[in-house]
Write a protein that binds this ligand. Structure first.
Ligand SMILES: O=C(O)COP(=O)(O)O
Ligand SMILES: [Mg+2]
Length: 235
């Protein structure tokens, strides 16, 4: 087995862009602890790309002890610690207006009063999967937004951003090429980063879109799938 020092750039190992929910976590959003040393010791750049709000991937990087290079809110938020760059893009006002109109129809976002899912969100809005989808899609469409079902939440998102535009923004900051990346993910919100990456791997629990857009599909699900996806680069 080849050993590399943590943080050292290694020409043999591609930079990695990886999704959180469904890829590093199981269906209950609990992280598979076996992924931690892999991310921590990855000898090239690691980008955490998620539909979650920025505090979640930032905290993940911080607790892992890796540089904070993050695409959050499905591309609406990009943060690159190395260049101290924060980019916010997407029509947050429109997303909030969709939420208001959805509530006016008698629906609820489904995350309670405190709403940790939306509390720190800066560019999009999320609605719980147990709430009705159709009125949400109708309201989003009237404001030029789309609804993404990640299997974890409905995201009311501006289609000008996605994890692909997020990857491009990170690459522009760090002078990297998207096609050098290994991408690992599980759902429709990973499709555009899959298209740009040199190798895209879907874990076995991935949705139809992610399976179609991947170059490789693992046999294992969730954390097992992630470990399998990166295994060729760790031998
Ligand atoms: O927030 C979600 O719904 C999904 O998050 P993910 O992009 O990390 O899988
Ligand atoms: Mg996911």
């Amino acid at each position: 087995m080849r050993r590399s020092e943590p943080g050292r750039m290694d020409n043999d190992t591609p930079p990695l862009i990886v999704d959180i929910d469904g890829t590093l976590t199981d269906e209950s959003r609990a992280i598979d602890p076996r992924v931690m040393p892999v991310l921590r010791e990855w000898p090239a750049r690691v980008v955490i790309a998620t539909g979650k709000a920025m505090p979640f991937p930032i905290a993940l990087c911080e607790f892992l002890g890796i540089e904070r290079t993050v695409v959050a809110e499905n591309g609406g938020v990009v943060f690159v610690e190395a260049t101290d760059e924060l980019r916010l893009e997407g029509d947050h006002e429109a997303a909030l207006a969709v939420g208001e109109a959805y509530r006016d129809l008698g629906h609820d976002l489904g995350f309670g009063q405190v709403d940790l899912a939306n509390r720190w969100r800066e560019t999009e809005l999320v609605v719980s999967l147990d709430q009705p989808l159709e009125p949400l899609e109708d309201l989003a469409a009237t404001r030029g937004l789309v609804v993404l079902d990640t299997g974890f939440a409905y995201h009311v998102t501006d289609p000008v951003v996605d994890k692909g535009t997020g990857l491009e923004a990170v690459c522009a900051e760090l002078d990297l090429a998207p096609e050098t990346f290994l991408a690992v993910g599980d759902s429709v919100n990973d499709a555009q980063m899959f298209d740009l990456a040199g190798e895209a791997v879907a874990v076995a629990n991935a949705d139809e879109t992610a399976l179609e857009r991947a170059d490789r599909v693992t046999d294992g699900t969730y954390g097992d799938g992630f470990l399998e996806a990166v295994a060729p680069y760790r031998e």
